[in-house]
Design a protein around this ligand. Structure first.
Ligand SMILES: Cc1cc2nc3c(=O)[nH]c(=O)nc-3n(C[C@H](O)[C@H](O)[C@H](O)COP(=O)(O)OP(=O)(O)OC[C@H]3O[C@@H](n4cnc5c(N)ncnc54)[C@H](O)[C@@H]3O)c2cc1C
Length: 491
């Protein structure tokens, strides 16, 4: 006997039918189930027409609609304010309960609280489920019942807490018979991308939807055993490139973690390292949940409050440096190649995210929040928790961040992780003719070498906008304020 006659699954960042917690719970608790997705007008309105993520979401919603139709349902798609759209859909259709997967971002939590309240006022129940993460809220806490602030013990406990049940897929497909078509009076067609204000010509080269995620995962699966050896080299096809799919839930995190966990139990070191990255993802979600001050809209705070005392560079010179960094014109080829990669594709390799974040904060002395916002605007896989965690890791202000006196040398990083300059040559053709040795620091090349490569530094390619050794000293002095702050780390 079902708990409800009619339920509604509200899809958000979980655009798939397979192994979907909210869908499964709705199908097993309701006699009939409708499905809906809302393009949030407030989120979309400020985005440029060329934003690459909206076509990805749109294509994924179209694929989801097809999957639901094949199973006997359909996706009702609206463009508006979720608070209004979900409440009015519930009213129009006579829904008794709304089911959704949990979101951890402060603004999403506020939205969900408002929706729950409005629905409750109309006598409609609102249920949320863990789906984006393997563990959430208080699943993995210290012995004292506190959230972890260091990754390694978190990971140890995460692995100890892992039972086969935590990775078990939700068998939504067994209950598809409860899927219902929307009443004919309910407008439900998917708006065209143009009608949403976006251009299809800027669609991602990446395949969208569950089919796209599965093809990437198939491709990665055979490379997973080498992940620990290949993951740091941007010119090598090492990582999975699944970030955008995890962001929009076109593939289940349980399926990915299950695959990595099974392989690591059979001694696969690549799988073990990859699983560790998935655990970092859970860790940063946990940090955002327990310490929401790091991600308050418009006012992101340092995880370690004393780091908010740092005086970052401001003014015209800093603004010019910031623009040079954004445009890939710093004179450091690896940094420039990385910034051109994100500008051209919306993706940046993890090693390079660390390199450019360190360069912005510790070579240019620019507030990490400016870099964080730039990534937010461009990354296809933008995830508030991981982006904030990554930036605060690089700036040393974060939860389990690198110590502030650890400053990446952009030339050494380049020599180590792009030894033949293959990645640099792809994105910075101006320096492509330099030797494998000179390409990492063109300003150190002999005049003859520059001449042979037909490069006039300062004309064809910029001279470095900052001297790393000088910047290092300035940064150590800048971060001195942290040492003297109350409760600051002693170094
Ligand atoms: C400054 C900075 C900003 C970042 N911003 C984001 C972001 O907005 N969104 C995002 O998903 N990741 C972010 N990361 C983490 C990491 O760079 C990306 O997850 C990874 O590069 C995505 O590529 P992939 O899917 O091929 O990853 P893979 O190497 O194949 O890893 C698989 C998945 O594990 C997770 N993962 C991997 N590394 C990390 C990590 N260090 N922290 C948290 N999760 C991780 C991601 O979900 C990733 O898709 C950031 C890192 C830094 C240093």
């Amino acid at each position: 006997m079902a708990d409800f006659d009619l339920g509604l699954v509200w899809f958000r960042r979980d655009l798939r039918v397979a192994d979907h917690a909210a869908l499964y719970h709705a199908l097993t608790r309701c006699r009939r189930v409708l499905c809906a997705f809302v393009f949030d007008r407030e989120i979309l309105a400020p985005l440029p027409k060329t934003d690459r993520r909206v076509p990805f979401i749109h294509a994924s919603a179209v694929e989801l609609d097809h999957a639901l139709r094949d199973a006997g349902g359909a996706l009702i798609v609206r463009h508006g304010a979720p608070l209004h759209e979900i409440a009015s859909l519930a009213r129009e259709c006579g829904v008794q309960a709304v089911f959704a997967n949990r979101d951890y971002e402060p603004s999403a939590k506020a939205r969900d609280a408002a929706v729950a309240e409005k629905l409750a006022g109309a006598g409609v129940a609102f249920f949320t489920f863990k789906d984006q993460t393997i563990f959430d809220h208080d699943d993995v806490l210290t012995g004292a019942g506190k959230p972890y602030t260091v990754f390694t013990p978190y990971k140890r406990n995460w692995l100890a807490t892992l039972t086969p049940d935590a990775l078990k897929p939700y068998a939504s497909e067994d209950a598809f018979s409860a899927l219902a078509k929307p009443p004919s009076s309910v407008k439900h067609a998917i708006p065209l991308l143009d009608a949403l204000g976006f251009s299809a010509t800027h669609a991602l080269a990446l395949p969208a939807g569950t089919s796209g995620a599965l093809s990437l995962f198939d491709d990665f699966h055979d490379r997973m055993p080498d992940y620990h050896r290949t993951r740091d080299f941007p010119a090598v096809k090492g990582p999975s490139y699944l970030g955008v799919h995890l962001r929009h839930g076109t593939i289940s995190i349980r399926a990915l973690a299950r695959s990595a966990h099974d392989a690591q139990r059979h001694g696969d070191r690549g799988a073990e390292t990859w699983l560790s990255e998935l655990i970092w993802r859970d860790f940063y979600f946990s940090v955002l949940h327990h310490f929401p001050q790091v991600g308050v809209p418009g006012d992101h705070r340092a995880f370690k409050p004393e780091y908010d005392r740092i005086r970052w560079e401001t003014g015209d010179a800093a603004d010019a440096d910031f623009v040079a960094w954004c445009e890939g014109r710093t004179g450091y080829p690896l940094v420039d190649a990385a910034m051109r990669q994100i500008n051209q594709s919306g993706y940046m390799h993890n090693r390079l995210r660390m390199v450019v974040a360190s360069f912005l904060t510790k070579d240019l002395g620019i507030d990490w929040r400016r870099g964080e916002a730039y990534f937010e605007a461009l990354l296809n896989d933008f995830e508030l928790s991981s982006n904030n965690g990554g930036w605060q890791w690089a700036a040393s202000s974060g939860c389990d961040a690198q110590p502030y006196f650890r400053i990446f040398n952009p030339v050494t990083q380049s020599e180590k992780f792009d030894p033949q300059g293959k990645f640099i040559r792809h994105y910075v053709p101006e320096v492509a003719a330099l030797s494998d040795k000179d390409i990492h620091a063109p300003w150190r090349a002999k005049p003859d070498a520059l001449k042979a490569a037909t490069i006039a530094l300062g004309a064809d390619y910029p001279l470095p906008i900052v001297d790393h050794d000088t910047a290092r000293k300035t940064t150590l002095a800048r971060y001195d304020v942290v040492k003297s702050a109350r409760n600051g780390p002693s170094v």
